[in-house]
Design a protein around this ligand. Structure first.
Ligand code: 5AD
Ligand code: SF4
Length: 479
């Protein structure tokens, strides 16, 4: 198969943050009609790894594929297009992708016309792309996070030329507005408000794979939210690698607090947002969250470490004390607030004392939920160049110890819920028991309870009877 290289990634270019105003454009495939006539009745399959940004990208790709005539099929053995949407944030996320593509390559033998594509954050890294290209000659389309709008043209080119196409441009990126929409869920929706990240935490690959921070127009976000409300959605989550930076790259006079307030005023029953960097979490934002009952009293506030020296080496831009002061202000102004966090253990050369600072911070904050990770070196980031004297065993032991500290806070919170009644947005049938429904409280606690499937997508009152620490068992009250 001949290879056509349109663009390949370049980490230096990816890290550049030239001062330029955000560019806006609309997705407009050149070969839409040509592809439409080619793919009538054909099927696609898409699999996504990683964060909510990837999940939303998947929805965007689904909308484009369905618009041109493809329909989704679970039966991966018999589809015409397969897209693997990848994550690069840690090594184990990447390993899963190697495994999955290894399983899929046999499908190429059966169907020479199969479009087998890899996209997302993994291919934005030059060495990973090379490894994927060398290991999997069966994959005939590679495209990056900035090429999603070109998906249909890339598929058309691949089908008509029979070439293997690589189109991954490292750039600051623009804001692309998509005309059509597709949602994986009919009562909960993600709405992008800002793309990319300028924070460059020293361990993180995201600023390289997703470009600069660039905000959508205020009006575009509001219009999308209004459409969702009109369609009966119960919950909107405003999405960005760092939502607090919203508006800073635009000259429109709005910041995140203004946007959050405007969406809350539209009247969506539940409004959430993620992720917030503690560095630019303003008092104005806290006041808005406190003021509107439909903004959920749940904030995901990644701390990463409780030690000042490690925070400095991570490039997090705040100290332990500043983080704790922020938490104090939040808890004072927002009664009933739940906090969750991300923590990395085993950052290069982390001492036992520094690790214990993280444990003590966890004891103070008493998070209601947390995601914990063992540090994973990402080639191209500054931290990956640091020599590390901490053994794998120590990292694993610290990880387990940290989880115990976190569990104490989570358990305390879960136990305090017993006997109380909560509003729960019903998500679906419980994954472990067909007779049970499951859903989330406003504080984002998972609850299981008996009920009729017709309740899915509605908000019901559930009295909590039992705690299983990470999830609760309850019963519907008041019908
Ligand atoms: N190693 C381990 N965890 C990481 N994260 C980001 N980069 C790395 C890495 N190199 C974690 C951070 C971040 C979350 C999304 O993933 O905790 O908040
Ligand atoms: Fe990565 Fe830091 Fe940006 Fe989060 S804020 S995406 S951890 S660089």
């Amino acid at each position: 198969m001949k290879t056509k290289i349109v663009n390949t990634p370049d980490l230096l270019k990816a890290a550049s943050r030239k001062k330029e105003t955000t560019r806006f454009c609309t997705a407009n495939p050149t070969h839409f009609e040509d592809l439409k006539s080619l793919v009538k009745g054909q099927k696609y399959y898409i699999r996504t790894y990683g964060c909510q940004a990837n999940v939303r990208d998947e929805e965007t790709m689904r909308a484009m594929l369905e618009d041109v005539g493809y329909s989704f099929s679970e039966d991966i053995e018999n589809v015409d297009v397969i897209i693997i949407n990848t994550c690069a944030v840690r090594e184990n996320a990447e390993d899963k992708v190697y495994g999955e593509i290894g399983n899929l390559k046999r499908l190429r033998k059966r169907n020479k016309k199969l479009v087998l594509a890899i996209c997302g954050c993994m291919v934005e890294q030059p060495e990973i792309l090379k490894r994927l290209m060398d290991t999997f000659p069966e994959v005939n389309l590679f495209f990056g996070t900035h090429e999603i709008a070109q998906l249909l043209d890339l598929i058309y080119e691949s089908l008509t030329t029979g070439e293997r196409i690589v189109s991954i441009e490292s750039k600051q990126g623009e804001v692309v507005e998509f005309v059509n929409d597709c949602r994986n869920n009919h009562y909960k929706a993600f709405v992008n408000i800002i793309y990319g990240c300028n924070k460059f935490c020293s361990y993180c690959i995201v600023p390289y794979t997703r470009g600069k921070e660039r905000s959508r127009h205020f009006e575009d976000v509001i219009n999308e939210c209004q459409k969702l409300i009109d369609a009966g959605y119960q919950e909107i989550t405003l999405l960005g690698q760092n939502v607090n930076a919203y508006g800073k790259d635009l000259d429109e006079g709005y910041d995140f607090a203004d946007l959050l307030e405007a969406v809350a005023k539209l009247g969506i029953p539940r409004l959430r947002f993620t992720t917030s960097h503690p560095w630019d979490f303003s008092s104005k934002m806290i006041d808005v969250i406190a003021k509107y009952p439909n903004i959920m009293k749940f904030i995901h506030l990644p701390v990463q470490s409780g030690n000042d020296e490690i925070l400095r080496k991570m490039g997090r831009r705040y100290t332990r004390e500043q983080y704790l002061n922020l938490v104090k202000e939040m808890r004072e102004k927002i009664p009933g607030l739940s906090l969750s966090t991300d923590i990395i253990v085993g950052f290069p050369n982390e001492t036992e004392e520094q690790f214990q600072d993280t444990c003590s911070l966890v004891d103070i904050v008493k998070y209601e939920a947390a995601f914990t990770f063992i540090y994973s070196p990402r080639r191209g980031t500054p931290a990956a160049k640091m020599k590390d004297n901490v053994s794998k065993e120590t990292k694993v032991r610290r990880f387990q110890e940290l989880v115990k500290h976190l569990e104490k806070g989570i358990e305390e919170h879960s136990n305090s819920m017993i006997g109380k009644t909560y509003d729960v947005l019903v998500d679906g049938v419980s994954k472990t028991d067909d007779n049970m429904l499951s859903g989330y409280t406003e504080e984002n606690k998972l609850v299981h309870f008996k009920g009729d499937v017709s309740l899915v997508g509605t908000i019901v009152k559930v009295k909590i009877n039992e705690s299983h620490t990470y999830s609760m068992i309850g019963e519907i009250v008041n019908g």
